[in-house]
Design a protein around this ligand. Structure first.
Ligand SMILES: Nc1ncnc2c1ncn2[C@@H]1O[C@H](COP(=O)(O)OP(=O)(O)O)[C@@H](O)[C@H]1O
Ligand SMILES: [Mg+2]
Length: 288
């Protein structure tokens, strides 16, 4: 008999969140996948394990930069025991390259989230240095980029300075590590919270394909939208159907699922240098 009582407290797009006690949560990453912001009816086998293992890998390696919520990974490889935090109401996005809403903003205004940038940058251009572009956490629909004043109003000016400094340091660490392994970390999103002593703690997932744009470095070519390291098969397949990118999304055929799983596993193995089979045998292998 399992003597543990777990209470389901929330469902995210990807995770189921349970309460272990007042101080601890269990975050269970599903195999759900979204593209163009729509969750598809077909799951990608083991995707939740890839996200959980990769996050744990980064948590173990970035403690010097900032403390994080990781307490342990369960033997299933997809469940994270985490310190329960009071999450800050902003998404902490760092961009090293111009893509997505950062590129759209630049095209329209010549700057991104109020950061003045050199003229004449192309789609997917590398930025002179990484920039911090916070967003609101939308309950439904797209997150919205906000400027420094709006972010300061939400978390306070001093906390904002702290999260900006820490988020850029985390991004730079991840981007250097990934670049040395053939993956461009174009941008990424962190979520921070506060512990009982009001200390800043990194929560959620970190530096995964779901929270970041990963591009294969050998296919990088600015001036166009880049190939996604992980979601390209899914995107190409969805485009080939002429799907209108609103819910419900299409079912994925087995070869697209298999190809996508292989890309997630490849990202995991390249970045962690741990074989995915070893991780499945023993999730703590990414913590060493
Ligand atoms: N340590 C933590 N304490 C409290 N809440 C957390 C912690 N880590 C992550 N969360 C929250 O848990 C949820 C994770 O589930 P997810 O499926 O990723 O949600 P979303 O659809 O918002 O991306 C997010 O709302 C995130 O802010
Ligand atoms: Mg999330």
């Amino acid at each position: 008999m399992n003597s543990e009582t777990v209470v389901h407290v929330a469902s995210g797009k990807v995770r189921e969140i349970f309460e272990l006690d007042d101080e601890r949560l269990l975050l269970v990453a599903s195999d759900r996948i979204s593209t163009f912001d729509v969750v598809l009816p077909t799951e990608i086998t083991d995707k939740g394990r890839v996200l959980t293992g990769l996050s744990a890998f980064w948590f173990a390696r970035t403690r010097e930069i900032v403390p994080n919520h990781l307490l342990g990974v369960r033997p299933d490889g997809r469940s994270t025991e985490a310190r329960r935090l009071r999450m800050l109401p902003i998404e902490c996005v760092v961009r090293g390259y111009l893509a997505g809403s950062g590129w759209k903003d630049y095209e329209r205004t010549g700057s991104t989230s109020g950061h003045p940038l050199p003229a004449g940058l192309e789609d997917s251009a590398r930025l002179p240095e990484p920039i911090f572009t916070p967003a609101t956490k939308a309950q439904v629909g797209h997150d919205e980029n906000i400027d420094r004043d709006q972010a300061a109003e939400l978390v306070g000016p001093e906390r904002l300075e702290e999260v900006e400094r820490v988020a850029i340091e985390l991004y730079s660490h991840g981007a250097d590590h990934a670049a040395a392994r053939g993956i461009i970390l174009a941008d990424t999103k962190f979520e921070f919270g506060l512990d009982a002593d009001d200390r800043l703690v990194l929560g959620d997932e970190a530096l995964t394909p779901d929270s970041s744009r990963f591009w294969p470095a050998d296919e990088y070519s600015p001036g166009r939208t880049q190939t996604s390291f992980d979601k390209q098969y899914v995107r190409d397949y969805c485009e080939s159907l002429g799907w209108n990118k609103t819910a419900p999304g299409p079912e994925l055929p087995a070869d697209v699922v298999e190809g996508t799983r292989a890309r997630y596993v490849e990202a995991f193995e390249r970045l962690t240098e741990v074989s995915f089979d070893d991780y499945l045998d023993d999730p703590s292998s990414v913590l060493r």
